[in-house]
Design a protein around this ligand. Structure first.
Ligand code: ZN
Length: 676
């Protein structure tokens, strides 16, 4: 998963029988739709939706419904009380009869928006719990003033009990302070606020799964992926997410829509993918899940594609349990030509990387890559979303069957369009040389770096036989992201890029290098609260890389911190040497990953990736504040409507971009909450 980019596509005009459907052109589109706390909410366009066939549009419609149906699962996974809190806030927002113009009501509204953004009471990125600005007394007063029937009361629960239950969770900063704790030296399970485990210690979890794992199994299932581990009567029990199990009612709804999608699938292969997923949802059998992943990774001909399920494990400090997410998308055929060039040269990239030969793959299998247009974001991909995805995650499936890698270009378009002329480059880049390069090449190189990261980086290299894929434990995600980023960075400066026509000049890569280093050493600190360290894996990875190459190139002044009028800037003096340093670090990171060198990984991460230079941080925050920009962005989805004729036949699917952030979440809360 990674960052920002840009491509401009013309709004296309397609005439259907009655209506004229047009994707609004970039210049007429209102990207930014809401702003609160540290968040800006954007709309994204879905270019070429109108070019799809009726059957394809219908399939997308059903898959978007399946995506939205799972929404509550993620709230519950993030914290046991999230759903009750969300529903309580929404009930007050909608039904409170007192003063809705007061400062406190505005604070309650902002808090509710933050809960939507975080899919719970923790910040989506820092994972710290946020505390309301309104008082506990105001919370109590407003909740008690509304009709109890509107509140999410438990069986036999009174309103007073509900308020008493939620008040400490909302207002006491020492309760559930961190959603996923990665900090050294404490029990990572007990100190994490998420809901993947209950009443168990880290040691118990590790012992439980160590007993299940067979080190000689070459094709292991993803242990623990789709379950919660709890202690019942002193015994550890896995509660599986499936029909008839945990989240059963919600999963049934997902299946209803998946079945409809299967009925209009583009081809048999795709239908089989969906039916296998349904089978997995019904049984919770992780072997079936692997079958599904293998079928999914081999479905390359369909234009429509989707992710729907328990997928990424960032939310579990031990990296086993997966959060629920969904996106629905279709291939951007024109832009995909670029990634096809990369994929078809995958073996060349593997063979020529600066990594030790014994850590390389002899044969790189099935690296498939495409550029996609998303139609909906849901679960852990909403409101904040990745701009590139590489799945499946199981190492052996990637080894034996390959992986699918995508770049989400209509999202990067929204980021870039919303950023044009916001003053960021003027404030932080050293000179017009860097700014000019950025203007000319940054969108292109950003896209390309994402492609290389996803199509080649994650798929490159191999583990030595017998190495536990989880050997790096809490450091695994950071090391893995660094590996993928470095693979891309190293090759961006390679003459091969020009030869393959992926870049238009041998200056272009410098735009990405400058931006990456500036971001990793300085500007990403805009996302960190004063006094805090860096926690999130992608951010750690960027500071690790930038900090390491700065340090190692110090004697040669490859990169310098320079002052002008008391402000700090990054200057890069030698781009080719910088490239060689990227190569050296890539070789070391691959060695750590391939050999499962926990101590080596820990040392690199703790030394370069975690700690923040407080003086520089304060300066960056001060300068950033003047720009009045939101450091984080989320999205609202377009609204799809199925159009039917008098006979009940589907005649069209329309798409609207007019729903705002508040209305979307209130509607989702009303229409897509099925209970568990
Ligand atoms: Zn990645």
């Amino acid at each position: 998963m990674k960052k920002t980019t840009l491509i401009i596509m013309a709004g296309l005009l397609i005439t259907t029988s009655k209506t004229i459907a047009v994707t609004p052109p970039v210049e007429d589109f209102k990207y930014s739709v809401d702003k609160f706390a540290d968040i800006e909410i954007l709309h994204y366009r879905v270019p070429d939706f109108e070019k799809l066939s009726l059957k394809q549009k219908e399939m997308i419609y059903y898959l978007t419904e399946a995506a939205l149906a799972g929404r509550d699962i993620l709230f519950d996974q993030n914290n046991k009380y999230n759903l009750t809190i969300r529903k309580t806030l929404e009930a007050v927002y909608l039904n409170y009869k007192g003063d809705k113009e007061s400062a406190e009501f505005a604070q309650l509204t902002t808090f509710m928006k933050r809960v939507w953004m975080g899919n719970g009471i923790h910040h989506h990125y820092s994972e710290d719990k946020f505390i309301p600005d309104f008082s506990a007394a105001y919370f109590s007063k407003t909740v008690k003033s509304i009709d109890p029937k509107k509140l999410p009361l438990g069986k036999g629960e009174t309103v007073d009990q509900l308020v008493a239950k939620l008040t400490p969770i909302l207002f006491d900063s020492s309760i559930f302070p961190k959603r996923t704790n990665q900090a050294e030296g404490v029990d990572l399970i007990l100190s994490s606020a998420n809901n993947y485990y209950e009443g168990v210690t880290q040691a118990e979890v590790e012992a439980f799964y160590a007993k299940m794992k067979n080190p000689n199994d070459n094709t292991p299932i993803s242990y623990g992926l789709n379950s919660k581990l709890v202690k019942e009567n002193g015994v550890l029990v896995e509660k599986t997410y499936k029909v008839g199990g945990m989240y059963g009612k919600t999963i049934e709804q997902i299946i209803v829509w998946l079945e409809k999608a299967a009925s209009v699938a583009e081809n048999n292969k795709q239908r089989d993918v969906i039916l296998t997923l349904i089978d997995f949802y019904k049984t919770g059998n992780l072997k079936t899940y692997d079958d599904y992943c293998i079928k999914w990774v081999k479905d390359l001909d369909s234009q429509i594609d989707f992710v729907n399920g328990f997928t990424e494990t960032y939310g579990d400090p031990l990296g086993m349990k997966a959060s629920w997410e969904s996106i629905v998308n279709f291939k951007n055929i024109e832009a995909t030509k670029r990634t096809e060039i990369i994929s078809s040269n995958a073996q060349w990239f593997e063979d020529n990387s600066p990594v030790d030969k014994k850590f390389k793959k002899e044969t790189v299998k099935g690296v498939s890559a495409k550029v996609i247009t998303v139609a909906i974001l849901a679960g852990d991909c909403y409101p904040a979303t990745p701009i590139g995805i590489n799945l499946p995650n199981a190492n052996w499936i990637r080894r034996d069957h390959g992986s699918k890698s995508v770049t989400i270009e209509n999202i990067t378009e929204a980021y870039d369009q919303a950023s044009l002329g916001n003053g960021f480059a003027e404030e932080f880049m050293w000179s017009d040389v860097e700014r000019k390069r950025a203007k000319e090449y940054a969108s292109m190189t950003n896209n390309l770096h994402t492609d290389l990261h996803e199509c080649l980086g994650h798929g490159s290299g191999k583990l030595l036989p017998g190495v536990d894929p989880d050997a790096l434990k809490a450091y695994g995600s950071t090391i893995e992201e660094a590996r993928a980023d470095l693979f891309g960075l190293y090759y961006m400066g390679d003459p091969k890029m020009l030869e393959l026509t992926l870049l238009p000049s041998n200056e272009a890569y410098k735009a990405e290098y400058y931006q990456f280093i500036m971001n990793g050493l300085m500007t990403q600190l805009t996302r960190i609260q004063p006094g805090k360290n860096i926690e999130e894996a992608h951010m750690r990875n960027r500071q690790l890389i930038a900090g390491w190459v700065y340090e190692k190139g110090k004697a040669d002044k490859v990169i310098e911190f320079t002052k002008r009028d008391g402000e700090t800037f990054i200057v890069i003096n030698d781009y080719q040497k910088l490239r060689r340093l990227f190569g050296e670090l890539l070789a070391e990171i691959q060695r750590i990953r391939s050999t499962g060198d926990f101590e080596g990984g820990k040392q690199l991460v703790e030394m370069y990736a975690v700690k923040v230079n407080q003086t520089l941080h304060a300066e960056v925050l001060e300068r950033y504040k003047k720009l009045n920009l939101a450091p984080y962005r989320g999205f609202v989805n377009p609204v799809y409507t199925l159009v039917k004729n008098a006979k009940g036949e589907v005649t069209d699917v329309t798409i609207l971009y007019t729903e705002n952030y508040v209305n979307q979440h209130l509607r989702y809360g009303k229409d897509y909450s099925f209970g568990f």
